[in-house]
Design a protein around this ligand. Structure first.
Ligand code: ATP
Length: 307
């Protein structure tokens, strides 16, 4: 299944490479296939390959979402058996919620977990100036995604991508048609393109988009609660080798009410930088509390809208 979308020459090349490094063809050789597919996407230009190193354990909190993804990854990693067994191929998910709370991070971690390439669809890039050009580009982009599948197709800020749907003038008509095309494709798709759509706000999304059958699941990502904030702080401190067990996480949790994931990360970065400049060896709770005080959280800047 991984070799789908490649021509005979490309397949031979990959098998040769895989054979040379180790003498046998093993499941680790999937990386070679992913690389070859990246080249294919780069050449076409309709989609963008996104590189990632984020792992599922780099996401703090969001435990339901992570559990669900782990389940789906069992299917994606063993697709041919799963399909033969009668399992429905997962279609994808929509993640809605607060800015800076891990939506993009999840898109990347999903591709990593499923061991498949991540390609981004930028709807704005598909818009052309001639009649029918945009629809044609959309068709090409979706065909390409199918050709390189299994892959994760990431549509970031989907509410903006299809903004103005239902309008009657100019550009809006085009986005409405594009959207219709995309919906039909999603509804009918029987391929192994796993869609991760992310959005900050779905108030203005047409209800047919959210109907059952389009996405397998819709997740709401809220500002992290206390335990989640602890996990996120720990992840970012550990990543920079500055975690130590003397850090009082209860004090940190109390001081970071209303912080988003990215706010927490920037407080950690700021504290570490400060410690380096002051020539301190370790980061202490006090250093962190000071940098937390300096950080303007999302709730601070966007309070009313978040409410
Ligand atoms: P936006 O809607 O603004 O695109 P987003 O929800 O996609 O926001 P991300 O890009 O995923 O936000 O988050 C930005 C950065 O903040 C991440 O790269 C990560 O370092 C950190 N971060 C956010 N949420 C989490 C989390 N739950 N766990 C760990 N780190 C997080």
């Amino acid at each position: 299944i991984s070799l789908k979308g490649l021509n005979e020459f490309q397949i031979r090349q990959i098998l040769n490479l895989a054979y040379q490094d180790g003498g046998t063809i093993e499941s680790d050789d999937k990386a070679l296939i992913v690389k070859e597919k990246e080249l294919l996407v780069k050449k076409d230009g309709m989609l963008e390959i996104v590189n990632f190193k984020e792992e599922i354990d780099d996401i703090g909190g969001l435990s339901n979402l992570k559990k669900w993804l782990r389940r789906k990854s069992t299917i994606f990693k063993d697709l041919d058996h799963a399909i033969k067994f009668g399992v429905d191929v997962p279609k994808g998910m929509l993640i809605v919620g607060m800015p800076g709370c891990g939506k993009s991070l999840t898109a990347k971690a999903t591709a990593n977990l499923f061991e498949i390439p991540l390609v981004r669809l930028d709807v704005g890039r598909l818009l052309g100036k001639y009649v029918g050009e945009s629809e044609n580009n959309m068709r090409k982009a979706l065909n390409l995604a199918e050709a390189i599948s299994p892959c994760v197709l990431w549509i970031d800020e989907i509410e903006k991508a299809f903004a103005g749907i239902g309008g009657t003038i100019g550009g809006n008509e085009v986005t409405t048609r594009l959207f219709g095309h995309f919906l039909t494709w999603m509804q009918e798709k029987e391929n192994t393109v796993f869609i991760v759509a992310t959005a900050n706000n779905i108030d203005n999304m047409p209800p047919e988009f959210l109907r059952k059958g389009r996405f397998d699941e819709l997740f709401f990502v809220d500002l992290p609660n206390g335990d989640e904030r602890r996990a996120i702080l720990k992840i970012h401190l550990k990543k920079r080798n500055k975690w130590n067990s003397k850090i009082d996480t209860i004090a940190l949790i109390q001081a970071t009410e209303g912080f988003s994931g990215v706010d927490l990360e920037s407080a950690v970065k700021d504290a570490i930088e400060e410690c380096f400049i002051k020539k301190l060896k370790d980061v202490s709770t006090e250093n962190l509390l000071e940098s937390i005080k300096r950080t303007k959280s999302i709730t601070n800047t966007l309070g009313e809208r978040i409410k």
